[in-house]
Design a protein around this ligand. Sequence first.
Ligand code: N01
Length: 543
Amino acid sequence: MRNPRAETVEAGPHHYDAIIVGAGFSGLYQLHLLRDRLGLSVRVLEAAEGIGGTWYWNRYPGARCDSESYYYSYSFSRELEEEWDWTERYPEHGEIRRYLDHVADRFSLRCDIQLNTRVAGAAYDGAENRWTVTTESGELFEAQFLITAVGCLSSANVPAIPGLESFSGAWYHTGRWPHEGVGFSGKRVGLIGTGSTGIQATPVIAAEAAHLTVFQRTANYSVPARNGPMDDAFKAWVRENSSALREKARAAPNGHPFDFHDRSAFDVSPQERQAIYETAWERGGLRFRAVFRDIMLDKEANETASEFIRAKIRSIVEDPETAEALTPRDHLFATKRPPIDTNYFETFNRDNVTLVDLKKAPIEAIVPEGVRTTDATYPLDVIVFATGFDALTGPLLNLDIRGRDDIRLKEVWAAGPKSYLGLQVPGFPNLFTMTGPGSPSVLTNMPVAIEQHAEWIADCIAHLRERGLDRIEAKAEAAEFWGEEVDRAASATLLPMASSSWYLGANVPGKPRVFMPYAGGMAHYRGICERVAAEGYQGFALR
Ligand code: N01
């Protein structure tokens, strides 16, 4: 049954086969599969006024995708691929929203998406084998299956700095950017945070503001993006090679259609290595780390890449003291999510930009006139928080999910997330967590991870229906085993070494320090999921 009047709050409960929470990349494709392939009645509940998920909210200056446009897109429809033209190497946020709007229209998805509907709670009734979903406006929905498609980076992290409420200017978090934009002209702007977001926003804000002060807690590596228009020859090449590129992305460890070279950083001479890094730097983008197979596996190999980037920073930034402050020394390249940029380090050569090294003088408070560190007060008109997200677990825990016997996900995950394959949590039957903690998600090109999850979930529900089964639940021992696998996979890489990484939950005070995404590679993970399904959903209880 479909709710014919989404804008009207009805008493309910409204009954569906499946409820999907979120209308971004994940929710749209999951809706398409469940409704159009399986014939299920489905309702998508979306808190925002529009579709797009991450790309609905992240409209900050400079926001664009770090994956390249021709593969940061769905692969499930050849026609969709052929009719859509990307304009730039890295799509800007507005272009991705237009793409997702087009997808929603093309596959007639909108009629089953209810916007402006924030989920306040979801509870499983074991006797009825049903999920009841409650919205903030008091609507009730019931469904056999509940699928969270809430994204990994959708719960904004605004740090609890004392005095924020006293600030006399305006402040914004990049992940909740006003649709009408923010004017910086003539303003003194302070930007806190130098992750991928801060690094994208810095040059754009600096170009407009009277003055920009960047507050940096951890210096970061960044490689030039080398963005530019997609020319006709490249578009034609992508079209001609589309199937091969998609196949390559599916087979790759990180869902990107480029090769990880098989050579070690030490298989070549120092001169050759330097030349390889130079070429990769000129080419730009996330594939920089793919030039040697051991950059993410071996400290010494990584150090060659890290040192190359440090030398670049020194060569770009004219003031030696600023260059030194911008040079990362407390973690290795790409052990935190590596940003790519357009003129980030160059921006610190501008007269209207100041870097404040919070390692030397931490922020003490926000005061009416600006930001106060332990050694100065910086007068500001606007503060931009580029301080990231309560990643992976935050968006799920915000839903207040209660499973069998009223157990709360918050309690089950008090010491860190545990799931089987990142897809299901014991005690929560018929709940699927798309790109949840324990899946490759943020370590990959997201659309590849999303399509794999959506298809696996659809196949699983089809399997249940074909056999007259109506319940699937991860077994506790399977989740235990998978937790060990997630740890083991991370420990085989250098990723857990970056102690301030959001992969570990380290950016949110009080959050358990657990390496959350599965680092064993997307293709390997896909193989595991396929095997589990082929063997009758091993590790799950079906009935
Ligand atoms: O967030 P982050 P982000 N005082 O957590 C600092 C994806 N993404 O929004 O490192 C002062 O990486 C914090 O310092 P530290 C991508 O996966 C994708 O930039 O914790 N500073 C850090 O510098 C990315 O990784 C794209 O010491 C504080 C920064 O804020 C993820 O989103 C573009 C602070 C936060 O960095 C998150 O990126 C952008 C405090 N109290 C993002 N608290 C595309 O592909 C935090 N910080 C387009």
